[in-house]
Design a protein around this ligand. Structure first.
Ligand code: FRU
Length: 471
């Protein structure tokens, strides 16, 4: 095992080396998926931002392409910050933020919006017209970034993250040609609640019969078990009438420790697919000792539920990763039942039938060391109606537990994806999702299910060993 490869993921998109943060420019273009990302190729910490680039036929198997954007023009001197991609009559076009530090001591910056085009989908040329938006509207704060562009009725629209009087905002722009933009006003904002002082990485789209705004707010203060990260991607559901978005919610999209700066794409099948940065500014990153940091989450399909909430389902292509499937259920678990002796590239599909059970709590222990020194625990508490992901004994690194309320239901379905240093838990078809990084030893690979205060019935339980997508 190469020392520098410690904690590297086997079936997620990561930079070939160095640092990665936000997904950028997610697009289904000419029958292939492109994923760009914030990238510092020369080190394992954040630095002058480049755009890394991956390409895939199925959103599962990725190939690295050369770095697509590097900073250095007068308008993007200190970084090519986050943005999006569009298909402009067959030309793959990126829209990104130019970051310019004016006074590092006083923290004075200038941010503007730019475009870059490609003839071959690999090499990108920054437009002569850059910056296509020079600065934020008068009276706004200096943070002005992360353009997400889409086309509707023959017109280009853009949402951009912004701030005014320390309240997060999303601004709306319009253009006929991607080069000349007209400001249309504030699409949504923090109206003074605990919703953050800057809304990063906005995304806006129709889902079912509603409109959805995603934003990654900076500065949301923790409220009990909610918003435990300073940064946390949220969604707002509402109606969009005459350029106005009237929203009725402000809800976390994922309840894990490491999920931020989410962006979506619309694919050829009409699916709205979300990918997030599977790390977090505040999280300690033990992988940095080994020369890299950051990864993307698995792709998730967004679905609007009958209650007006967003569910995130693992996309169906993920079954392509299955290499060997072992059905273990049905099980009647009294105390502890081992279900896997060794594996850290694993998907578990498990169903728990609560009506037939008298346990007060149950769950799954995974990435367990044989000597009991390490484990990560997913525990459902039926008295409190909560689920907790506990990584306090997960190994090296951040620790902490995250608890979320769940609806009472007759059954609980769990799909759990483990990829060495990542955990993604999808409960009841993506109604509740928990994404966190863990840093266990390479040998901590056991898995058990357990029941407390009685027994739990598992009508089905299947362990899938998964393949690596990297050679
Ligand atoms: C979000 C973010 C964006 C910015 C980028 C810089 O994580 O802060 O607002 O464009 O990262 O890397």
């Amino acid at each position: 095992q190469n020392e520098r490869a410690a904690y590297r993921l086997r079936y997620h998109l990561m930079a070939p080396s160095g640092w990665m943060n936000d997904p950028n420019g997610l697009i289904y273009f000419n029958g292939q998926y492109h994923a760009f990302y914030q990238h510092y190729p020369y080190g394992e910490t954040w630095g002058p931002m480049h755009w890394g680039h991956g390409i895939s036929d199925d959103l599962i198997h990725w190939h690295h392409l050369p770095v697509a954007l590097a900073p250095g023009e007068a308008y993007d001197r200190d970084g090519c910050f986050s943005g999006s991609a569009v298909d402009d009559q067959g030309t793959l076009t990126l829209i990104y933020t130019g970051h310019n530090v004016i006074d590092p001591e006083k923290d004075v910056i200038v941010q503007n919006q730019n475009i870059a085009r490609s003839r071959d989908g690999i090499h990108f040329y920054k437009a002569n017209a850059n910056p296509v938006i020079h600065q934020q509207p008068a009276g706004m704060g200096q943070d002005f970034r992360d353009p997400k562009v889409w086309r509707e009725n023959g017109v280009w629209f853009m949402v951009v993250g912004a701030t005014k009087h320390d309240q997060g905002q999303v601004l709306l722009y319009e253009s006929a040609n991607l080069e000349e933009w007209t400001y249309r006003g504030v699409l949504a904002q923090n109206d003074g609640g605990n919703e953050g002082y800057m809304w990063e990485c906005p995304d806006f789209f129709k889902l079912g019969d509603k409109y959805v705004l995603l934003a990654s707010p900076q500065g949301v203060e923790p409220e009990g078990d909610r918003y435990l990260n300073h940064h946390q991607t949220v969604y707002m559901v509402g109606d969009y009438v005459n350029g106005q978005f009237i929203r009725s919610s402000f809800t976390e999209l994922d309840y894990g420790h490491d999920f931020y700066a989410v962006q979506t794409l619309l694919d050829g099948k009409g699916r709205r697919i979300a990918i997030g940065w599977m790390d977090m500014w505040e999280s300690p990153k033990p992988s940095q000792k080994h020369g890299w940091a950051g990864a993307m989450t698995l792709p998730r399909e967004l679905v609007l539920t009958e209650e007006g909430k967003i569910a995130m389902k693992p996309i169906e292509e993920l079954t392509l990763l299955r290499q060997q499937s072992t059905p273990i259920g049905p099980l009647h678990v009294k105390h502890v039942h081992p279900i896997l002796s060794s594996g850290n590239l694993v998907e578990l599909e498990a169903q728990f039938a609560l009506v037939d059970s008298d346990a007060s709590a149950f769950g799954i222990r995974f990435c367990c060391a044989a000597d009991g020194s390490e484990e990560t625990v997913l525990r459902f508490d039926l008295l409190k109606h909560t689920v907790t992901l506990d990584r306090s004994r997960s190994g090296e690194g951040p620790g902490g537990a995250r608890t979320v309320s769940i609806k009472s239901a007759a059954t609980i379905d769990v799909r759990l994806f483990i990829d060495r240093s990542s955990v993604e838990v999808f409960i009841n078809d993506g109604e509740t999702v928990i994404t966190s990084r863990i840093y266990p030893q390479e040998t901590s690979t056991g898995m058990t299910v357990f029941a407390e205060g009685g027994s739990i019935v598992m009508p089905t339980c299947t362990v899938h060993k998964l393949k690596s997508i990297w050679s």
